[in-house]
Ligand binder design. Structure first.
Ligand SMILES: Cc1cc2nc3c(=O)[nH]c(=O)nc-3n(C[C@H](O)[C@H](O)[C@H](O)COP(=O)(O)OP(=O)(O)OC[C@H]3O[C@@H](n4cnc5c(N)ncnc54)[C@H](O)[C@@H]3O)c2cc1C
Length: 342
């Protein structure tokens, strides 16, 4: 008999679960239904009551660890909270989000419970035994993992499941007491990069890809890198989209060409780059060659703006291709977004 625990935490507001936590809830409900096993959901947060009420319709046992020590992520307090929740749930399978907060403590908690952990899990299903799926080698090899050892911790990658959606209702919540060790770390606050400095946003619905065309000579014989940068950042600012790039564009920095200063190799999408999981993607000034487009594997709704009617996107790799000048299209799009905002 398996005892499944969805281990979750609240978001920055403190009142709701993070999206990744809600995805974990979906995965845990599915697994519990397949196994006809009991489901417990554990929540860590300064005050987890409203987050727990949102889960009323799951019918799961709801355990919470709350209080001021759990307001901020910190190894000692989070590890103690997760350990207490796992013990209270007698969990044999623990599914947790691969968030910065839990990725840091999950392996330590598994060790404290004499358990095992696997990370970057994309799916969990019950066949003859429980099978967890993950990708290796930049999404080229898909592995199916099974383990007899328990408890088995599975860190679920974000964007792999639908977020659980329920209706808030008052429900029974069990508060779990935590024995805290002596705390040596004081969290004094959070420092985040400015909104326009942080261009990689894994939770964004939309991916904007910039290709090398942005910094190439345009029909007037000149390059327009500054204008390109303004158009791209303007779009990101207005939409909250995440910024991806082709390899050619991020490589240009090393070639001494004009560059977009906010791009690094971390933005690169493709065979030797990232494979993000945004719902929609818009490619601009990029040719859509296979080594780039393999990075769009999980982006289902694709559009591209390219001057070249024979580019890769027009050959079945995008749903809609605008054969047009991206400088003109994006400046019009940004103007419309601005007008909409006003
Ligand atoms: C082993 C290997 C691994 C690789 N891995 C990756 C990878 O991970 N990611 C990756 O991206 N690439 C990768 N590549 C490189 C890839 O094959 C391409 O060379 C690269 O994606 C090309 O980038 P690009 O389309 O931005 O540039 P280009 O090929 O130079 O295309 C620029 C495009 O911009 C268009 N354009 C120019 N001006 C405008 C305008 N004003 N409006 C609209 N369109 C305009 C042009 O028509 C052209 O189609 C890899 C290659 C190899 C061999």
């Amino acid at each position: 008999m398996e005892y499944i625990l969805a281990l979750t935490h609240v978001d920055d507001t403190g009142a709701a679960l993070t999206r990744a936590s809600l995805e974990v809830v979906t995965a845990a409900i599915d697994l519990a239904n397949q196994l006809e096993a009991s489901l417990t959901i554990g929540i860590v947060g300064v005050d987890a009551t409203s987050a727990a009420n949102f889960l009323a319709s799951t019918g799961a046992r709801l355990l919470v660890v709350s209080g001021e020590p759990f307001a901020q992520p910190r190894y000692a307090t989070d590890a103690a909270a997760c350990e207490a929740l796992c013990r209270a749930a007698c969990a044999t399978i623990v599914i947790a989000p691969a968030s910065a907060r839990f990725a840091r403590v999950a392996a330590g908690v598994a060790h404290r419970l004499d358990g095992y952990i696997d990370t970057h899990i994309a799916a969990v299903v019950a066949a003859d035994t429980i099978e967890a799926t993950r990708w290796f080698y930049r999404q080229r090899i898909e592995a199916v993992l099974t383990r007899d050892a328990r408890p088995w911790f599975l860190l679920l990658d974000a964007g792999t499941h639908a977020a659980f959606s329920g209706h808030s209702a008052s429900t029974q919540i069990e508060e779990v007491a935590v024995h805290l060790p002596t705390l040596r770390t004081t969290v004094t606050g959070l420092r985040e990069p400015r909104h326009d400095q942080q261009t990689i946003r894994p939770d964004a619905k939309l991916l904007l890809v910039a290709g090398a065309g942005w910094t190439k000579k345009q029909p007037d014989g000149q390059t327009h890198a500054t204008e390109a940068g303004d158009l791209i950042l303007g779009f990101l600012h207005a939409t909250g989209a995440s910024l991806g790039s082709s390899k050619s564009l991020v490589d240009q920095g090393g070639d001494g060409n004009s560059v977009l200063p906010f791009l690094t190799h971390l933005n690169q999408i493709g065979q030797t780059g990232a494979t993000p999981r945004h719902a929609k993607g818009l490619s601009t000034c990029c040719h859509g060659e296979e080594p780039h487009v393999v990075g769009w594997r999980f982006v289902a709704d694709r559009r591209a703006i390219s001057l070249d009617p024979n580019c890769g996107w027009t050959r079945g790799k995008a749903d809609v291709v605008y054969v047009a000048d991206a400088f003109q299209v994006m400046s019009k799009v940004n103007a419309l977004l601005e007008a909409n905002d006003a």
